[in-house]
Write a new protein. Structure first.
Length: 287
């Protein structure tokens, strides 16, 4: 999941960079989908399995939810500062834990609850110094709403992935994402296509590659961990985004950002050690 978080942080940075070249959000989504579709199809053929899977309705639902979430997330990243966009987007582990509790009947472990609390407090510490009424009003509400919808859509997609993991290969699950995202983004793009130059084209390619790496890591994590615990790790992307924002956009983190980031890392470590302790307890009880 840490690999997935880092890959998604790289993806967000590339999305923000390529948007400065005047490339529309739907075109970025379409380019990402093309790269992912080719890689996913090649991987399925390598495994010699059916591209269509078994539970087609749920696979399509995962593709639709993920595609709409991706469009919202890319719009937020392109129109908000990277840190704010990532913070709003990464409310999805909270949504995921609640959805998994309701629809998957998953029991949320104490370590995961502690992790989420630490992470939420960390995010509040990072953003609270600027949360005056004036500065909040300065943020585009359309972008804020898109980020929150992206977080909810991501949570829905993650829960569906967890349900599918018992009957579908991870490559098939990943394949349905660009399969739905490509025609959907092309439809929304309409006549707004912008021909990218060489630099923009390379950035678009890297958006697809980094997102594919993130999707693979995420899907593998969802297949080996409960949904609420696996996505709790994704808060670490906030820390990665802070570092990349500093490197690429000269966004210097404040003391509040570092304090919040520290709480997020502590929460992630609690989740890791809590998971190890729970597995050891189950092993000892089984023996």
């Amino acid at each position: 999941m840490l690999m997935s978080a880092f890959a998604f942080a790289l993806m967000s940075s590339c999305v923000k960079l390529v948007s400065t070249y005047g490339i529309p959000v739907f075109e970025i989504v379409a380019a990402r989908a093309v790269v992912s579709l080719i890689i996913s199809y090649a991987d399925i053929k390598r495994k010699r399995i059916s591209v269509w899977g078994n539970n087609k309705k749920l696979l399509i639902a995962r593709g639709v939810a993920g595609s709409l979430a991706l469009i919202c997330v890319y719009f937020a990243v392109a129109t908000l500062p990277l840190a704010e966009a990532t913070i709003l987007q990464y409310l999805h582990p909270v949504f995921t834990a609640l959805l998994a509790l309701v629809f998957l009947r998953e029991r949320i472990q104490l370590s995961t609850i502690i992790c989420i609390v630490f992470c939420i407090v960390g995010l509040l510490v990072m953003v609270s110094p600027g949360l005056t009424f004036d500065s909040t009003a300065a943020l585009p509400w359309l972008s804020v709403t898109a980020a929150l919808l992206g977080a909810l859509g991501s949570a829905i997609a993650y829960v569906i992935v967890k349900r599918l993991s018992s009957s579908e290969d991870s490559s098939v699950i990943i394949f349905y994402f660009p399969l739905i995202a490509l025609p959907l983004s092309v439809l929304f793009l309409g006549n707004d296509f912008v021909m990218p130059d060489t630099e923009a084209l390379l950035l678009l390619l890297f958006v697809g590659i980094s997102t594919q790496v993130g999707q693979i890591g995420l899907t593998k994590a969802m297949q080996t961990e409960v949904a609420s615990k696996a996505t709790a790790y994704s808060y670490v992307q906030v820390v990665f985004s802070i570092i990349l924002g500093w490197l690429f956009f000269s966004e210097l983190p404040s003391i509040w950002t570092w304090a919040g980031g520290t709480l997020i890392i502590i929460g992630a470590f609690i989740n890791v050690f809590g998971s190890l302790k729970f597995k050891k307890l189950k092993t000892s009880q089984a023996s």
